[in-house]
Design a protein around this ligand. Structure first.
Ligand code: SF4
Length: 213
């Protein structure tokens, strides 16, 4: 529980969600039980290096960050993730967790900002959505839809209403990189008057698709 398999720890600009653009330390944990068709971090499925929570904290501390983002893979696939999140909050960082939404978030430290995916039909992993997780979201948290096509857009729009998502937290609509035209998605959001935040992945605009950014 006090050690985790880590793919990479790096310092970059946050590319998504509410703290987009802020210098952030990313802790990318190894492993994910899902296989989304658009996954851009398949290199984190296996391998990695086992590190203690103390070692991770020491590495994070080198950058003296305000923001720390725990990501993956699927970070919650490792039980030690909860211990790591507690330790990062305890150390005074503003901590966010990027999760697929497929695993239980009920025991995540309440100070951690959860950025939780709802997997669309196009991802191939819709059946993994754990809707009970939505009950553990509050105003600081965010639900993210990665939208691949028109079917995904209509599905996301229906979920927004059916689950009353905008009343629970902030909702992010993101075009799947290279698959959905960002302008079309932006225009659809405006046309349909959706109460969601449109986002593109800043780090890919700046540095392209590669590890460590
Ligand atoms: S949940 Fe995330 S890391 Fe896992 S397959 Fe899907 S996109 Fe990749």
């Amino acid at each position: 529980m006090n050690s985790l398999r880590v793919t990479e720890i790096f310092y970059s600009l946050q590319g998504e969600a509410r703290t987009v653009g802020w210098p952030t330390v990313f802790v990318r944990l190894t492993g994910c039980p899902l296989r989304c068709v658009y996954c851009d971090t398949a290199y984190a499925f296996t391998g990695g290096e086992r590190k203690s929570v103390a070692e991770i904290l020491q590495e994070v501390g080198r950058y003296s960050p305000r923001y720390v983002c725990v990501t993956g893979g699927e970070p919650l696939a490792q039980p030690g993730c909860l211990v790591l999140l507690d330790a990062l909050v305890g150390a005074g960082y503003e901590v966010s967790l990027e999760t697929s939404g497929a695993l239980d978030v009920s025991r995540v430290n309440p100070k951690v900002v959860k950025v939780l995916d709802l997997k669309t039909p196009g991802s191939g992993e819709e059946a993994r959505n754990r809707y009970e997780n939505l009950d553990y979201l509050d105003a600081k948290d965010q639900v993210k839809f990665v939208i691949m096509d028109e079917t995904d857009y209509r599905w996301a729009k229906a979920k927004l209403k059916e689950q009353r998502l905008a009343e629970r937290c902030e909702v992010l609509f993101s075009p799947a990189a290279g698959l959905k035209d960002p302008t079309e998605l932006a225009e659809a959001i405006l046309r349909d008057r959706l109460p969601v935040r449109f986002q593109v992945q800043l780090h890919k605009i700046l540095w392209g698709e590669r590890p460590g950014v």
